[in-house]
Every structure is written in C-alpha cells, then in structure tokens.
Design a protein around this ligand. Structure first.
Ligand SMILES: [Zn+2]
Length: 175
C-alpha cells in the first residue's frame, strides 16, 4: 500500500482537539538544513504523529520517524547507509515564555496563527536524531589504519574546515 505525503502545514490545535493521527512520507531532498549538515539525501522520511490533549490540558504531539540516510564516514568521508529512528514528544506553545514552562520531557514547537509547519518539525527532529559519528567497518573503509598513522599530511588537506558533527553537537548541547 502506498503511504501518502505528510501535509506541510496543519492546524495543530484542531488536530489535538480531535485526537487525530497523521502518518506520511516526507521527501528527504526537501531538507536544505539536513543537506548542509550531512550532504544531499534521497528517499523519504516516514513519520507518525499523534495529536492529543494530555491530562494536564497540554496540547502535545507524540511522534516517531524513521529514515535511511547516507552519512559521511568520519574517517574517509565517503557516505555510508545509516538508519535513523526517533521517538519524540512535542508540546505546542505560542511563545518562548510558555516553552520554558514545559517539562523537560517535552520539546517545544512554536505554533503561529494556529498553524504548524510539519516539514520544519520533522527536519529539526531528524537533525537532532543524527548519530554524532559514523565509521565504516575497518575492512570496508577507504582509509586504512596504516594510512591513518603514516599519511596524516595527505589526509589533512582533505579534511573539511568544520566537521558537520561538531555543528550537530553544538545543536544538541543547546537543546
Ligand atoms: Zn570510511
């Protein structure tokens, strides 16, 4: 069975009031910030979202996503297939002040004019879920252990100025 595309914009309060469930696919090549972090991606991210009002009256989204990404090996920089999965709990807020009142179990999502951009939410979540470092198995890697120990000068010129993983780590730390 074909799974439909996730709508890009929704009215989350209405969805929560009716305890709606959304499931759909988002094209990974729509995500420019993800591409900045780990290179261009193809294929889809599969997303499940349950909108509810919890016992405390908070409007929340319980979500799950999975995606098969191509992430650069930290040693040789050649992309390798990696499945990324995340379960998350989002609390809808209308201001930064309200975000600060959410319990630490909830990540805030800003709802503006009763609208929520689901693509932004999914991309944020995907970036936060990336593993910090990925390596090929030594036998499959394009840089062998010998090259690492004897050819450091040759390698140094090929290193990017800032590792995408450093950027991510900063993202995670401020979250
Ligand atoms: Zn490698």
């Amino acid at each position: 069975m074909l799974t439909s595309r996730l709508p890009s914009r929704v009215e989350p309060y209405k969805l929560a009031a009716h305890s709606e469930h959304l499931e759909g696919l988002v094209a990974l090549d729509d995500f420019a910030r993800l591409a900045d972090e780990v290179g261009a991606q193809s294929g889809d991210c599969h997303v499940w979202l349950d909108f509810t009002v919890d016992a405390q009256g908070r409007r929340v989204i319980q979500g799950r996503l999975t995606a098969d990404l191509q992430l650069p090996c930290r040693r040789c920089l050649v992309p390798m297939g990696q499945r990324v999965e995340s379960d998350f709990l989002l609390g809808m807020v209308t201001s930064d002040a309200l975000a600060a009142e959410l319990p630490s179990t909830h990540e805030p999502v800003l709802v503006e004019n009763e609208q929520l951009n689901l693509l932004t939410v999914v991309e944020d979540e995907l970036i936060l879920s990336l593993p910090q470092v990925v390596y090929h198995d030594e036998a499959d890697c394009n840089v062998s252990r010998d090259q690492l120990s004897s050819g450091k000068d040759a390698l140094a010129s090929e290193q990017p100025a800032a590792s995408p993983f450093e950027v991510l780590k900063r993202l995670k730390d401020t979250h």
